[in-house]
Design a protein around this ligand. Structure first.
Ligand SMILES: Nc1nc2c(ncn2[C@@H]2O[C@H](COP(=O)(O)OP(=O)(O)OP(=O)(O)O)[C@@H](O)[C@H]2O)c(=O)[nH]1
Ligand SMILES: [Mg+2]
Length: 358
């Protein structure tokens, strides 16, 4: 059985595959262009590339997560005297106009991401960031890149007629599936009066998950099942509602603490168990059972494993830290919570943002 707190990769390959940032697929060794002939950033073929795809229903928080995750990564890098920056002009421009400007300059939330088939689908190309040079568990120092794909919830609720557009999911290293707690009627009811009224949320997360499993087929990229907008649930600790205020007010729980800038596998293991029980308590049992049955339960096993962090893990995040009022974000600013945990769960295997390299 896998030790859930051990994040060292099972095997440390000596030669890393060159990845196509557009399709996430492997390219021939030494490739300098993508499969469709676009030039790759300098030094790409010697770099370790981590490919991440966002998933979730409409309005589950994918784009805000993306915007804030990048900012947090920049701040984390600064603590290691490193720089995280856009690896191409297109990433720089799109990140600035579609993510950074609305959120950090105009302090507004962003419009729904357009379906990939539309002309203005800015997310059709990935966001590519250079993470700097890090020494891996194999003792080799190399460049690392993060390739990040935001996706329109609309495309995941109703798969496009040509599903090859979403084929990159099959080759991702990590799929971050966001679950919006405001979709749960009992949570919405309990939060009435505690948070400003929120616009109606997107489709059924279970349908989205089934669609994603359909897209993934037999492939098993790591699935980060992530409760988004966790700030809303944290407000429940202020209610007089017995069980919910007790659960959310439990000061011993891992989810009560932000992980700060550290990433601790033991803390993540606790969080995983807590979020699984929380989902069940939210009456999202079917979602948890679906994940167990269709994703984590390998043939021949008597029951699904408690955790195999190579396969799936539960997380909780908040991009904003507080609910927006209408169009406008909170005047207190953006206070992210545990935003980097899912991404760091794959980066830490390679000691990226773990130990000082060269
Ligand atoms: N309280 C709270 N609300 C959030 C948070 N993140 C997102 N939201 C709310 O959820 C709305 C939708 O967020 P988006 O990031 O645009 O959602 P999306 O998943 O990208 O949606 P599509 O592009 O339609 O797929 C935002 O406008 C906010 O109102 C959060 O961390 N906390
Ligand atoms: Mg979006």
């Amino acid at each position: 059985m896998t030790d859930p707190t051990d994040t060292t990769p099972a095997t440390v390959p000596t030669a890393l595959a060159v990845r196509d940032p557009y399709t996430f697929r492997e390219l021939p060794a030494g490739a300098t262009t993508s499969a469709d002939g676009r030039p790759l950033p300098a030094g790409w073929s010697d770099s370790h590339v981590h490919c991440v795809a966002m998933a979730g229903a409409r309005a589950s928080g994918k784009s805000l997560y993306t915007a804030v995750m990048v900012k947090q990564l920049e701040q984390l890098a600064a603590r290691f005297n490193r720089v995280v920056d856009a690896a191409d002009i297109s990433t720089q421009e799109r990140y600035r106009s579609f993510y950074e400007t609305p959120l950090y300059r105009e302090m507004k939330h962003m419009p729904a991401t357009p379906p990939a088939s539309t002309a203005d689908a800015y997310q059709r190309d990935p966001l590519i960031f250079s993470l700097g040079r890090w020494t891996g568990p194999d003792g080799v120092t190399r460049k690392h890149h993060l390739v990040f794909r935001d996706v329109a919830g609309e495309d995941l609720e109703n798969l496009p007629t040509d599903p090859t557009e979403l084929e990159f999911f099959r080759y991702a290293d990590l799929v971050v599936f966001l679950f919006d707690p405001l979709r749960v009627p009992q949570i919405r009811t309990r939060l009435r009066g505690l948070i400003p009224p929120q616009a109606m949320s997107g489709g059924d997360p279970e349908d989205v998950l089934r669609n994603i499993f359909g897209l993934l087929g037999e492939t098993r990229p790591k699935l980060a099942v992530t409760v988004s907008k966790f700030d809303t649930l944290q407000r429940l600790s202020e209610t007089a509602d017995g069980p919910w205020s007790q659960i959310m007010g439990n000061s011993g729980a891992a989810f009560r603490r932000d992980s700060g800038w550290s990433f601790d596998p033991a803390d993540q293991w606790l969080l995983h168990l807590e979020i699984e029980s929380l989902l069940r308590y939210m009456e999202a049992d079917r979602l948890v059972n679906l994940i167990n049955r269709d994703y984590v339960w390998a043939p021949g096993e008597a029951e699904p494993p408690a955790l195999n962090p190579e396969r799936w893990q539960y997380f909780a995040v908040s991009a904003l830290g507080e609910s927006p009022r209408g169009e406008q974000l909170s005047r207190h600013g953006i206070a992210p919570y545990r935003i980097l945990d899912p991404v760091r769960s794959i980066l830490s295997r390679w000691n990226v943002f773990e130990t000082a390299g060269h």
